[in-house]
Write a protein that binds this ligand. Structure first.
Ligand code: GH3
Ligand code: MG
Ligand code: MG
Ligand code: MG
Ligand code: MG
Length: 310
């Protein structure tokens, strides 16, 4: 059963990148695909990389032999599937080769399907459609596994995976990462006084406010549990983490002074938060870092709430 999300996505015209060095074949494919999709064309690996970075295609139709310049189709596919790029979109090879070894190389490089030339138009179109459907289903299942439905934030599973990966990355590059653990103050009272519906609305507004405060593209805001949130701030030292914590506290404690809409709405009950800030030190694991941020959060609660602690 597909979700409504998939039907909505399907209405958008998907972008297909055709990587083909033989001009007549390229033109023929473009004419066939343009009836159903947005078509991007590339004649070699360099043009293909540029199109991938600038246009974010939904699927790649890839020729094996790409002329004398740049990478072959198989090399390009390997590169796109490497850890560095990790491109998740479907790749379909097209080639006239009927050599089993060559075909095996394509599968080993990480393609999703393989079509031998000359191909039947109907089958090509249906295979593309099939791969696009699979990738939308995959995207939907991933969002179910890693996102929180109420706030739209990433969930604890994603937080834990990302924190482990980020700690490794920061150790390798000798950079600093800061973690904020945040808990809404006396949230039980909000539920008791206003009902769970209003409580849920508060959680969504808090989530949005956190996203508007930690604005770097690499910052990661997660719902850690019930009314607890976690912010991973890459390339950020303790001072930078403190600055974000102070901004968050300010947005919740003095909403009327804040412009640009990033505030708790006036009709909602007043919400404040307590925050624990911890900076990665040598030898840290994700558990030890979370424990220190948690201890700092506990201290902020002890210090009277609506504040942060280091
Ligand atoms: P403190 O300042 O010490 O953190 O007090 P508190 O009342 O926030 O702490 P406590 O942990 O006792 O209460 C958390 C409350 O959060 C209780 C729980 O019902 C509520 N809660 C957790 N998840 C949700 C949710 O998804 N929706 C709503 N409405 N409430 C939730
Ligand atoms: Mg060719
Ligand atoms: Mg709590
Ligand atoms: Mg509690
Ligand atoms: Mg609380």
């Amino acid at each position: 059963m597909l979700s409504p999300f998939i039907h909505r996505e399907e209405r958008r015209r998907a972008k297909i990148l055709v990587v083909e060095d033989t001009l007549p074949t390229q033109t023929m494919l473009a004419m066939l695909l343009e009836k159903h999709y947005q078509v991007l064309l590339a004649s070699d690996s360099l043009e293909a990389m540029r199109a991938i970075e600038q246009e974010a295609p939904d699927l790649i139709l890839l020729d094996i032999g790409l002329g004398p310049h740049g990478l072959s189709g198989v090399q390009l596919c390997e590169l796109l599937r490497s850890e560095k790029f990790g491109l998740p979109i479907p790749i379909i090879f097209m080639t006239s080769s009927d050599d089993p070894e060559t075909q095996q190389e394509c599968w080993d490089a990480g393609c999703n399907d393989f079509i031998q030339k000359p191909f039947c138009d109907t089958t090509l179109l249906n295979r593309i459609k099939h791969q696009l459907t699979l990738s939308l289903q995959q995207e939907y299942l991933t969002s179910l596994a890693y996102k929180d439905a109420l706030t739209g934030l990433y969930n604890r599973r994603h937080f834990e995976e990302q924190l482990r990966a980020q700690i490794k990355h920061h150790v390798r590059h000798k950079h600093t990462l800061t973690l904020l653990m945040l808990d809404i103050d006396h949230f039980k009272r909000i539920n008791d006084d206003y009902g769970h519906g209003v409580g849920d609305d508060c959680l969504a507004i808090v989530a949005r406010t956190l996203q508007l405060t930690a604005r770097r593209p690499t910052d990661l805001v997660c719902r850690y549990g019930g009314e607890e949130f976690a912010l991973i701030l890459p390339e950020t030292d303790l001072e930078g983490g403190e600055l974000i914590a102070r901004k968050i506290n300010m947005r919740f404690s003095a909403p009327e002074k804040i412009s640009r809409g990033a505030t708790i709405e006036s009709a909602m009950p007043k919400v404040t938060v307590s925050i624990g800030v911890a900076c990665q030190v040598p030898g840290d694991t994700s558990e030890s870092l979370v424990n220190r941020a948690d201890a700092a959060l506990y201290e902020a609660k002890q210090n009277g709430r609506n504040c942060y602690s280091l």
